[in-house]
Design a protein. Structure first.
Length: 211
């Protein structure tokens, strides 16, 4: 909703750092070396200096990636301080293994009020198939750590059409999700994109037609 004649806008900051690339991911990412992170945030700051937000009402800020949850809180705080973010929804994408209650409390304190968590599945076998170095236990703990840090707006990403995923296993994942304190599910079908390990070995990744 526009207020005081100002135009509502949203900001997106792409933070393309990952410790390890998932075999199905075709998005650009690099290893989080300190000099690369420093360079990126220096460029963010310079770009913000060039942009005028006069007569603009920032309604949402999204820190996407990559894995923005790898970035230290002080850098994110410095970035957010350069933006007039009154009443804005501020989202950070995160991996479950990066989450702790202490970290989420720090992120809450600097203005993060929404988390988009890369879950993909609650099934252990499928997580291994996706080369995700997490478990159902780690995922659930991460969700509760976010919630207990008083960040109540939690979104999770889930995949379907995963190789060897059955209808029953997918239903089981959805049921598990609905038992948790989340507010949104982003559901994507797994696709084999060119230049990914999954695409190169797609013949061995047969999907089950009944799903």
């Amino acid at each position: 909703m526009q207020t005081s004649g100002k135009k509502d806008i949203s900001l997106y900051f792409h933070i393309p750092f990952c410790k390890k690339k998932c075999p199905y991911c075709h998005f650009y990412s690099i290893y989080p070396k300190k000099e690369f992170i420093d360079m990126l945030f220096f460029c963010f700051f310079k770009q913000l200096e060039r942009i005028s937000f006069k007569n603009k009402n920032i309604v949402s800020i999204f820190l996407g990636g990559g894995t923005p949850s790898l970035i230290e809180e002080k850098k994110i705080e410095a970035l957010l301080k350069k933006i007039d973010k009154k009443n804005a929804e501020i989202t950070i994408e995160a991996n479950p293994q990066d989450i702790s209650l202490e970290k989420m409390k720090k992120l809450k304190k600097i203005g993060i009020n929404r988390v988009s968590l890369g879950v993909q599945s609650f099934e252990e076998k499928l997580l291994k198939k996706l080369k995700r170095e997490i478990s159902k236990k780690i995922i659930i703990k991460a969700i509760y750590d976010i919630y207990n840090a008083d960040i109540k707006n939690i979104s999770i990403d889930l995949l379907y059409d995963i190789p060897h995923q059955t209808k029953n296993s997918f239903i089981k994942t959805i049921k598990t999700a609905l038992e948790l304190p989340i507010s949104h599910i982003s559901l994507y079908n797994l696709t084999f994109e060119k230049n990914t390990p999954f695409y190169k070995n797609k013949k061995s990744h047969k999907k089950i037609p009944s799903l």
